[in-house]
Design a binder for this molecule. Structure first.
Ligand SMILES: NC(=O)c1ccc[n+]([C@@H]2O[C@H](COP(=O)([O-])OP(=O)(O)OC[C@H]3O[C@@H](n4cnc5c(N)ncnc54)[C@H](O)[C@@H]3O)[C@@H](O)[C@H]2O)c1
Ligand SMILES: [Zn+2]
Length: 428
């Protein structure tokens, strides 16, 4: 377990965007932006979402408020430095823009965060990317308003301060993290999520579930050394506010996750999933996530020959939510001793009907495996193309995510990760 801090932290923080939630909320963006004096807006999306017509419709509705809105539909799924740079160059060449509206999943929302940062601040992506990959410079100039309109039920990127991307030349997934990247407003309209393919609903839903579970079991904020105001970061460990969001997200997932995958048109399930994604985002966006997310980076970054069904293109792809979920059952077996009550409580919320295993440490892994099987997640890291001989490489990649690993409720060594990955090669 973590050693007692000499001067225990006594303060936790909570940040969030303004929020509009509900069927039809996306119709009102023009009104909200006109209040900020905005005249010219770039709507940022990907080609598949553009094909649903949602982004153009949202852009057209803004005209009623005197706003000229253009749609850029060049977002790459699981964005890279190259794809983000193209979006930034498009926005620079066609600007100036008064505001940005991201319509899409985490890929579109994160791309819009990068576009906002680099059309308002000097330099290039590498200047701002987290160290040691980039120079981790904070922005020096204020950003423009960014409205995030999620069309997946997953990442919670509409509430968070991070932007995730692949740096292709280094074969590493990393991010940019700064409080100013948080969208000004999140507009969550469940009607937009009905066209989400079942495989995306499944993978993105596992992302919600892991956000809730990881922030609920994250190291408690009082277990850290006391920080100075300058040292405070958006992620401060589990705390009473983030706990509330995580618990409620688990309740909603327990009711609606399987239904949303099986019955895409079920608006009640879609609404509850959108609410769960938002709530888990508000929770983990302040508490943080740990081992399953750290492990997801090398799984997604080093995939060779697996392409997830239901996702566009044919290049190797383990989508974010899937990559996060594959080591989650083992990770929670490992973290159980640090906070047994929380693990048991989380399992009760997620799967109240599950017969309790004799060993309480098995309760949460069993509840997770049951969901994963029901919604068609692959059977472990082996099923997406990795072998036992890849484990050292995966461990090496996960160890680079110290910012995440340090949020785990107990210290995590290379040997611990080796065991987690090895046991996750095949889950059932
Ligand atoms: N910034 C954050 O806080 C944060 C958190 C978690 C994950 N992420 C990042 O977000 C990305 C994943 O985002 P995601 O899981 O939301 O999915 P996504 O944006 O990658 O989209 C997945 C697929 O679903 C399609 N799609 C999305 N919504 C649709 C709809 N309503 N109708 C039809 N098709 C639709 C997209 O076109 C795409 O093909 C990853 O890059 C991940 O690293 C960011
Ligand atoms: Zn995630």
């Amino acid at each position: 377990m973590h050693t007692q801090p000499t001067h225990a932290e006594t303060v936790f923080t909570y940040g969030s965007p303004a929020l509009k939630f509900g069927a039809g909320a996306a119709e009102e963006i023009g009104f909200d932006l006109s209040r900020l004096g905005v005249r010219r807006v770039l709507v940022i999306t990907d080609p598949q979402i553009a094909a649903t017509g949602h982004p153009q419709r949202i852009a057209d509705r803004m005209a009623a408020y005197g706003i000229e809105a253009h749609v850029f539909d060049g977002v790459h799924i699981e964005p890279t430095d190259t794809s983000m740079t193209k979006a930034i160059e498009y926005a620079q060449g066609s600007g100036p823009w008064d505001a940005f509206v991201a319509v899409g999943g985490g890929s579109s929302i994160d791309t819009a965060k990068a576009v906002n940062l680099l059309t308002t601040n000097p330099g290039e992506l590498m200047d701002y990317i987290n160290a040691p990959v980039g120079a981790a410079k904070p922005p020096s100039k204020p950003l423009k308003p960014l409205v995030a309109v999620p069309t997946t039920t997953g990442t919670g990127a509409e509430s968070t301060t991070i932007c995730v991307l692949d740096v292709l030349s280094l074969k590493v997934k990393t991010g940019i993290s700064h409080a100013w990247l948080r969208p000004t407003m999140a507009v969550v309209d469940p009607l937009l999520t009905v066209t989400q393919p079942p495989e995306v609903t499944a993978s993105a839903g596992m992302d919600i579930l892991c956000h809730a579970l990881e922030s609920y079991t994250a190291r408690h904020y009082t277990s850290y050394e006391r920080k100075t105001p300058e040292q405070r970061v958006p992620y401060c460990g589990s705390n009473p506010i983030s706990d509330m969001w995580s618990e409620q997200a688990l309740r909603l997932l327990s009711r609606s996750f399987r239904t949303a995958v099986r019955d895409p048109e079920n608006l009640q399930a879609r609404t509850e999933m959108a609410l769960a994604a938002t709530m888990a985002g508000l929770g983990f966006g302040n508490a943080g996530v740990h081992i399953p997310h750290a492990n997801a980076y090398p799984i997604a970054g080093r995939v060779r020959d697996y392409h997830a069904p239901g996702y566009p293109g044919d290049e190797p792809l383990v989508p974010h939510g899937m990559s996060v979920s594959l080591t989650a059952p083992e990770a929670f077996r490992f973290t159980f001793p640090a906070a047994p009550d929380r693990h048991v409580r989380a399992a009760e919320l997620l799967d109240p009907g599950l017969e309790r295993p004799d060993d309480p440490a098995e309760y949460l892994p069993a509840a997770l495996l049951r969901v994963m099987q029901d919604i068609g997640i692959p059977n472990g890291v082996g099923a997406v193309g990795f072998a036992a001989s890849d484990v050292p490489d995966l461990v090496d990649g996960a160890l680079k995510q110290q910012r995440l690993l340090s949020t785990a409720p107990r210290p995590v060594s290379g040997e611990d990760l080796e065991q987690i990955f090895t046991r996750s090669l095949s889950l059932w």
